[in-house]
Design a protein around this ligand. Sequence first.
Ligand SMILES: N[C@@H](CCC(=O)N[C@@H](CS)C(=O)NCC(=O)O)C(=O)O
Length: 206
Amino acid sequence: MKIYGVGKSRSFRTIWAAEEAGLDYEYIEVEFGGVGDNGSNGEAYRELNFQGKVPTLVDGELILTESAAIVNYLATKNTSTSLIPKDGTHERALYDQLAFFTLTDLEQPLWTNGKHRFALPEKHRVPQILDTTLWEFHKSQKALRDLIGESPEFALGNRFTMADVLIAHTLTWAENFKFELFDGFADYKNRMYARSACQAALAKLK
Ligand SMILES: N[C@@H](CCC(=O)N[C@@H](CS)C(=O)NCC(=O)O)C(=O)O
């Protein structure tokens, strides 16, 4: 199994998830903008990932290019772990709600901020939107507080799930972009990042 990624970008979610699930994988660092074999603009990588984005997972015939889909796939691949609630349960519905919330409401202002500071071609950037992203992220944190509580031990119930990977990674992304985190969330994501699986994933980046 191969995972293609770039540093602490969204691809970090997937290698952290692979470590939590105790799976063997090869991590391949993609060069953003490069045209060589592992360059995001290279022909070989574009064959796997049409948009030249990260992450990409290749497992035999299967190719996945969405971080949360990869995280969920990895969670179910090792059946001896319980990193994702079982299909058809209320707990699974609540898990899905957290995952979709994270990828739509919570990360959206962060990605908009990044796009309009550096990711989009300059002529498409709108600097006035940056203040709006700060306001929106604050609003999303209030919604997150409603969903998981002010000082959560875990995002869902009383055990670790992949929802913690998605949320803690997104909160760290916010911190790296200099967004202010609510106190309880800063403590929560620090505790999640102290997990040995997360530290093992971070070590892959060095
Ligand atoms: N919805 C996708 C988004 C993937 C994505 O946009 N990845 C960023 C890095 S975090 C990327 O590759 N950006 C390069 C680009 O936009 O060209 C996911 O969650 O995997």
